[in-house]
Design a protein around this ligand. Structure first.
Ligand SMILES: Cc1ncc(COP(=O)(O)O)c(C=O)c1O
Length: 424
């Protein structure tokens, strides 16, 4: 008889010391009761455990990545809940459950990019609709709204939504959506979500959509303030590591039909997110509270530094008491976030380029919300898709510089800014 190597730790070896039971989710372990606890748990706990209970097949603690494009039917018209990955996928479902939980929504649908999340939301609008939008919205949002105007007849009014009288006056009988981006990109203007939602909901069938990308549900929960839809570019803070593009649309609590509609539109447009990308965003979500706290702490230090710097003119950051809507930020948000923008006291291309080229820890790049600090020039980068007139109307000057403050040591970032702002 050949010698056997008996190892109690290797499944399949005759000496394996655990009893193997067929793959079903039952047993005596405490974690099996965890799903009931999740709705009442704290946010950090929800970030770690939302949507990701150990897998029923083999108990994998991290959910498996289901890359399969299609799913076998067990019999004619009988499957295990999935048939084709565009319409549904277990890894994407886990992410959708987690994001809906964090936002306090009824359900979510995850999309290939933040732009496709916006596209899904706009596709809820019936033909002939009118939409009111934040005037300094993300440049890509502006480009999509202009496209919908030109090719699909959407009527759009851009407004500073802080002006509630102007908002009230802008409603038309066919207004079906108010598009709120708060804080806005790149001027960090705020919209009082509750006040605008109250005006919108006095109109028949008008949805309030809030792009919550800049703060994440850890710092702002628009459904608590009356929003109907929350939109994310998960490319930013929710993933947080600058290695995925993705988006999400979330429907408000109790809104079953709206949840079904966003999921259906995502499927029919073919904009659903690839499972691998969902897996990465799920991983990013677990550290969201830790990252957001540190992002914000760094941003506050840098905003104060810039505000006191002799070469700097205006600093746009809701965490500064000089921000015109600082009180609203304190009331509406659970923190001030880590996006800020500023203008030089004495502008012009030479000085602007000196700063953009001079920064060494801040990478000159589009996007935001990753662990690394980024600097962008909105007029030539993120908001280049706005016409110069639209940028002027929105108040985005050619001298504006936007920072996405990362997780580096704040003294390194401050020294970097100090160097780049030295003009001699
Ligand atoms: C506020 C906001 N919403 C939406 C988007 C679009 O997201 P994505 O680039 O993932 O398509 C962006 C992108 O920068 C953004 O800043």
């Amino acid at each position: 008889m050949s010698e056997q190597f008996l190892d109690t730790n290797v499944p399949g070896n005759p000496a394996y010391h655990f009893t193997i039971q067929p793959p079903v989710r039952d047993g005596g372990a405490g974690w099996l009761q965890r799903p009931e606890l999740i709705p009442g748990a704290g946010t950090a706990t929800q970030c770690v455990h939302g949507g990701v209970q150990p897998d029923p097949s083999y108990g994998a603690v991290m959910p498996p990545l289901y890359l399969s494009s299609t799913f076998a039917f067990k019999d004619i018209c009988t499957n295990a809940g999935y048939d084709y990955t565009r319409s549904g996928n277990p890894t994407r479902a886990a992410l959708e459950e987690a994001i809906a939980l964090l936002e306090g929504g009824h359900g979510a649908t995850c999309t290939s990019t933040g732009m496709s999340a916006i596209l899904v939301a706009l596709n809820l609008l019936p033909h002939g609709s009118h939409l009111i939008s934040t005037v300094d919205c993300y440049g890509g949002t502006f480009r999509l709204l202009e496209h919908a105007k030109r090719f699909f007849g959407l009527e759009v009014t851009y407004l500073d939504l802080a002006d509630l009288a102007a908002v009230q006056a802008a409603f038309q009988p066919n207004t079906r959506m108010v598009w709120i981006e708060t804080p806005s990109n790149p001027l960090l203007r705020l919209t009082d979500i509750a006040a605008v939602a109250a005006l919108a909901h006095a109109q028949p069938d008008c949805l309030v959509a809030v792009d919550n990308t800049f703060l994440s549900p850890f710092l702002q929960r628009p459904f608590d303030l009356g929003a109907d839809l929350v939109i994310h570019s998960t490319t930013k803070y929710l993933n947080g590591h600058s290695d995925v593009v993705g988006g999400a649309v979330v429907a408000a609590p109790g809104r079953l039909a709206l949840t079904q509609q966003i999921q259906s539109v995502n499927n029919l447009l073919g904009t659903s997110q690839a499972p691998h990308d969902c897996f990465l965003v799920l991983r990013g979500l677990k550290t969201l509270p830790l990252r957001m706290r540190q992002h914000e702490a760094n941003a506050q230090v840098l905003a104060e530094f810039l505000a006191a710097h002799p070469a700097v003119g205006k600093v746009h950051y809701p965490g500064l008491p000089t921000h015109p809507q600082h009180a609203l930020a304190k009331r509406q948000q659970k923190g001030f976030g880590a996006m800020l923008s500023f203008e030089l006291k004495e502008g012009g291309n030479a000085r602007l380029n000196h700063v953009l080229r001079g920064l060494r820890w801040f990478t000159l790049a589009e996007s935001l919300g990753g662990v690394e600090s980024l600097v962008a020039h909105p007029a030539s980068m993120t908001h280049a898709s706005m016409t110069p007139e639209a940028r002027k109307r929105a108040g985005i000057s050619d001298d504006l510089i936007r920072l996405s403050v990362g997780l580096e040591d704040v003294q390194d970032l401050r020294e970097d800014l100090a160097r780049a702002l030295t003009f001699t």
